[in-house]
Design a protein around this ligand. Structure first.
Ligand code: GLU
Length: 466
């Protein structure tokens, strides 16, 4: 088989829906897993919506998802002359015709058909008209669809889908102002781009039947189709804002790693056995059209969060630091000094587990980013009283000489608690409060190990003044 060529053909809308992201991912995986090409075509014929900013949003989304593309981005709008040329070729070859019917005439046809109870699909009187009878008025160019028989769309996901030809009208290819219609543009672009596999949402399945007519009229080889079921929310309804975040940018901002998003989106409608967690390399090796399910996929936030946690945990420290920096800078959240960056990296071992997003990891690391005096939450302050300050005052001098290891720190803290006749927990809560100002943090020993002796003692001494 010749080289696989796939494409994503988004219409700019101002955001990148996760359905578009998933379609892009499927096309990318299919092509890249087979040494094929993956192209981007911006379907920018709606000039009002097609701003450079709207295209930028799509490119940013693809870039964040790590879906690289080949060659130049194709603009559908700029290819209009080529679409027009094909409409004229069809006209010349007798596969299309000029239709002079006015919109009033078409309406009359439909009203009459409705009254008679016959099909309202417009049948133009100009289909077989002799050109010598053509008036000197404006016209559209329509394709001559077959009047009988069936059009079968062979689809890798949906199977063979049959459309009765008498249900397909002679669709317009060129409007009366000479502009090409979307359906023609898609076919001509896919053909010229050498697209071998059209993988897209199943809301385009009906279009495939009509697009087939153009392929056949031009005697072009049809691409292989895979129409993938749309994404639904947990209630089984089409995914919309009501269900939460629907655009890829929102997931980026919440702090999901792109590796987790790729993993999750790949699983949304496709499976490889019962494998839930996988790497990019595995996805590239495994992805195929056979594994795409026919029923709608349900977006399951818990599953995404769970995979996200696994990806964060599995990322090596250098790569994780890089990702966190990108996350923080794209959100204008925090600028980390070199010193804090080093501490953060040292702390990854106790931060990486049990977090679902980068935001959660940053929250968990907040003890690192603070400077004395440590601001304290009301919950944390509730652990500070005369008695606990006494304990901390006893503990602090002992920290000067202890070896800065987990075992020795545990020993010193336990001994201190015991000398007050309390369990270690009674000391841990105020200690946690003065080290972090919070009540939910990594363990006090992890915090002490990460902060180091000087900073730990400085925080304790500062707190003793309460
Ligand atoms: N522009 C269409 C969309 O955004 C995609 C068309 C296609 O893939 O053929 O849904």
């Amino acid at each position: 088989m010749s080289q696989v060529v796939t494409r994503i053909a988004p219409s700019p809308t101002g955001s990148m829906h996760i359905g578009t992201a998933r379609t892009a991912l499927f096309n990318w995986l299919y092509a890249r897993g087979r040494n094929g090409k993956f192209y981007i075509r911006i379907e920018d014929t709606d000039r009002k919506r097609s701003t450079p900013e709207a295209t930028e949003v799509i490119l940013n989304g693809l870039n964040w998802l790590g879906l690289d593309y080949d060659d130049e981005i194709v603009s559908q709008f700029e290819r209009a002359p080529r679409h027009i040329e094909i409409a004229h070729t069809l006209l010349k070859n007798g596969k299309a015709y000029k239709c002079f019917s006015t919109s009033d005439e078409i309406q009359e046809f439909k009203d009459a058909a409705r009254k008679k109870g016959t099909s309202t699909l417009f049948k133009s009187p100009w289909r077989d008209a002799d050109p010598s009878t053509h008036p000197n008025s404006s016209y559209v160019i329509r394709i001559k669809s077959p009047e009988n028989g069936e059009t079968i769309v062979k689809d890798e996901v949906q199977g063979e889908v049959t459309f009765k030809n008498n249900q397909l009208d002679d669709m317009v290819l060129l409007r009366s102002d000479g502009s090409p219609v979307y359906m023609l543009a898609v076919v001509v672009d896919d053909y010229d781009m050498g697209v071998t596999h059209v993988i897209r949402g199943d809301d385009h399945l009906n279009n495939a039947a009509r697009q087939n007519l153009i392929y056949r009229a031009m005697e072009w080889q049809l691409p292989i189709y895979a129409h993938i079921p749309l994404i639904h929310g947990e209630d089984g309804k089409k995914l919309s804002k009501r269900h939460g975040a629907t655009s890829i940018e929102e997931y980026q901002q919440i702090g999901y790693p792109s590796s987790a998003m790729r993993n999750y989106l790949a699983r949304l409608g496709w499976s490889h056995g019962d494998q839930e967690f996988f790497t990019d390399l595995q996805a590239l090796e495994w992805f195929d059209l056979k594994g795409i399910r026919k029923s709608a996929a349900r977006f399951d936030l818990k599953k995404l969060q769970n995979l996200s946690g696994q990806h964060i945990n599995a990322t090596d420290d250098a790569a994780l630091l890089h990702e966190i920096h990108k996350f923080l800078s794209s959100n204008n959240k925090l600028v980390l000094s070199d010193e804090k960056t080093k501490l953060l990296k040292d702390a990854f071992y106790c931060l990486k587990n049990n977090v679902k997003t980068f935001s959660e990891l940053i929250d968990k690391a907040s003890f690192i980013f603070l400077d004395i005096p440590i601001p304290m939450s009301p919950e944390a302050s509730s652990f500070i009283d005369e008695y606990s300050i006494e304990m901390l005052k006893t503990l602090t001098p002992q920290l000067h000489n202890v070896t800065w290891s987990r075992g020795d720190l545990e020993q010193v803290c336990n001994d201190c608690a015991e000398s007050f006749g309390v369990k270690f927990g009674k000391l841990a809560s105020p200690l946690r409060a003065v080290l972090s100002g919070q009540t939910r943090t990594p363990s006090v020993f992890d915090m002490m190990l990460v902060l180091g002796r000087d900073e730990t003692i400085a925080r304790l001494e500062n707190a003793e003044g309460y």
